[in-house]
Design a protein around this ligand. Structure first.
Ligand code: ATP
Ligand SMILES: Nc1ccn([C@@H]2O[C@H](COP(=O)(O)O)[C@@H](O)[C@H]2O)c(=O)n1
Length: 213
């Protein structure tokens, strides 16, 4: 019997963890979950329904009844949705309402690849391999700016950098499941790595860690 292979990618915004997670998921033919999208969907619904972060029971209900059919909405990938996501992600009751689904996804029979902020620490502390993907804020902001400027030509790099810094600070300092590297995670700093080089590093880490278990 083959053991489930659970691979956790955590790290700050635009570090490249989603890019790496999807390549590794393909390599091992595993299902993948971008958990940031879940928080983005809750934050987006908060905004659309005119709620504030103090409307906790309503936000919990949104989280509890979330429907993945709207996940392909391009607005969820936008700049504002990232900020809205980070705000609702700081509410412990919202995190709790989203937890079971993520735990079940991670622990399906073959295993899974998940990327987020608390995968290796909260959702799958038993993951086979944990990577903490990071890069300098200026580099991450530049990557994110390159992505967003295609649909927002007036967007200033400095504003994206400010967003990234604000989100890093909020995600790392919240009381519930803050962004932090698990003790047994491998650090992958992509500051000076192009995509192909980062993929090669990630592949090697997964091979080595998997082989050692
Ligand atoms: N090593 C790299 N070098 C240059 N660009 C990269 C690298 N890794 C990823 N990118 C690009 O940076 C952008 C952000 O990458 P990605 O979406 O994988 O980051 P992320 O950490 O998952 O972000 P978020 O958590 O905000 O969803 C994408 O346009 C991606 O193509
Ligand atoms: N496991 C996670 C994943 C995401 N978040 C929060 O959502 C925001 C958006 O995430 P992206 O990965 O799409 O950038 C992020 O800033 C976090 O606040 C989270 O808390 N836990």
């Amino acid at each position: 019997m083959t053991l489930p292979l659970i691979i956790a990618f955590d790290g700050p915004a635009a570090s490249g963890k989603g890019t790496l997670a999807s390549v590794i998921a393909q390599d091992y033919a595993l299902p993948m979950l971008d958990t940031g999208l879940i928080y983005r969907a809750v934050g987006y619904q908060r905004e659309k329904r005119g709620l504030t972060v103090d409307n906790v029971p309503e936000l919990v209900e949104i989280a509890r009844t979330l429907d993945a059919t709207g996940f392909d909405n391009p607005e969820l990938r936008g700049r504002e949705a990232g900020e809205w996501a980070s705000q609702v992600a700081a509410i412990p009751q919202v995190r709790e309402a989203l937890k079971r689904f993520q735990i079940d996804f991670a622990h399906q029979s073959a295993g899974a690849v998940l990327d987020g902020r608390d995968i290796g620490t909260v959702i799958a502390p038993d993951a086979t391999v944990k990577l903490f993907v990071t890069a300098r804020p200026e580099v991450r902001a530049h990557r994110r700016w390159l992505q967003l400027v295609k649909s927002a030509p007036d967007l200033a790099y400095e504003d994206v950098l400010a967003d990234i810094r604000l989100r890093d600070e909020r995600d790392s300092s919240r009381s519930s499941a803050p962004l932090t590297m698990a003790d047994d995670a491998v650090l992958l700093d992509t500051t000076d790595l192009g995509i192909e080089a980062a993929i090669e590093h990630a592949r090697r880490i997964v091979r080595d860690r998997r082989g050692s278990k």
